[in-house]
Each structure stands twice: as structure tokens, then as C-alpha cells.
Design a protein around this ligand. Sequence first.
Ligand code: ADP
Ligand code: MG
Length: 156
Amino acid sequence: APFPILLSGPVQKGFGRGGKELGCPTANLPDESITPISTVAKTGVYYGYAQVLPPTEGAEQFGPDDFKVQPMVMSLGWNPFYKNKQLTAEIHIMHEFKTDFYGFEMKSVVLGYIRPELDYTSREALIEDIEVDKKVALNSLQRPEYEKYSKDAHFE
Ligand code: ADP
Ligand code: MG
């Protein structure tokens, strides 16, 4: 695959399909901004880096690291709401945010593929797999070849 893939756009409201309840909120990218990865067209879980950009007003509600480049895992999948005709990309940033950031500009660099989408028989199995994905992402991102992308000119 043609990594790195750069994706950016304002964070959209999703359908609240349990991201937060699973302990894994995902910041949704707008449909227009996922074109660079839709050519790859392989659904599943990816890893890389992401950065939320500070707003022009109201930045004081946020923590000191909230606008830094952070490791992320991203799910790329067909959205059942659009009868599986529309791809969606949702990014979980591996950082504890003090406040939601809907509408904020988010930049990301996708560096690798972890696994295809799987069907889960239980919520617990899904949560466990997400934890494995995060570990895989953090391990891979330790390689100097990947770490250098956290300082990519794409970020601010
Ligand atoms: P939605 O269906 O609206 O995407 P989620 O439960 O997936 O709802 O929550 C996503 C929202 O949570 C993001 O848009 C963002 O504002 C907020 N959020 C808080 N912490 C994180 C995080 N670590 N990674 C991604 N989004 C986060
Ligand atoms: Mg989400």
C-alpha cells in the first residue's frame, strides 16, 4: 500500500455507535477527506499519527498535550447507514482529552495496516481486540522509520 497516506478535515459528529461506551471514542473524518485512502479500498484497522489543531477561540478548556501529534488507530469501513455504499474513516487518538473536539481540524498520517474488520460475537471480544490494536500500533510506531513521521511537515 502507498503509505504514508495523509488525511485531514474537520471532525464530524458520528452516529454515536458506542465509541465512547467501549472506552474508544473515534473522531470521524468527513466523507470528502477520505478520498486518499478510498483508493486503497481495503477495510480494516490502520495505525499512524494524528493531531487536533487548536481552535481560534476556547483553547483554554484543553490540556497542554491535546494539540500535539499523538499515536492513533483508525478504522476504515463501509457505513451501514448508507447501505454500505459510503466508506467511513474513524480515528481513535491514543491520548486522554479533557474536552470533545467536534468541528476542529484534525490532521493524520496513516502508516500501516493492522487487520481486516472482524465480526464479534461479544462486546468483550471487541474491546479486547481494540486493546491489542493499540499495542500493535504503539509497538510499530517505535521504529525510527515511523517515528520520523510524527515530525512530518504535514503537522503543525
Ligand atoms: P461519534 O459517533 O460522534 O463519533 P464517539 O463516541 O465515537 O461519537 O466519540 C467521538 C468524539 O469524542 C470525537 O469526535 C471527539 O470529539 C471526542 N474524543 C475524545 N477523546 C477522543 C480520543 N482519544 N480520540 C478520538 N476522539 C475523542
Ligand atoms: Mg466516532
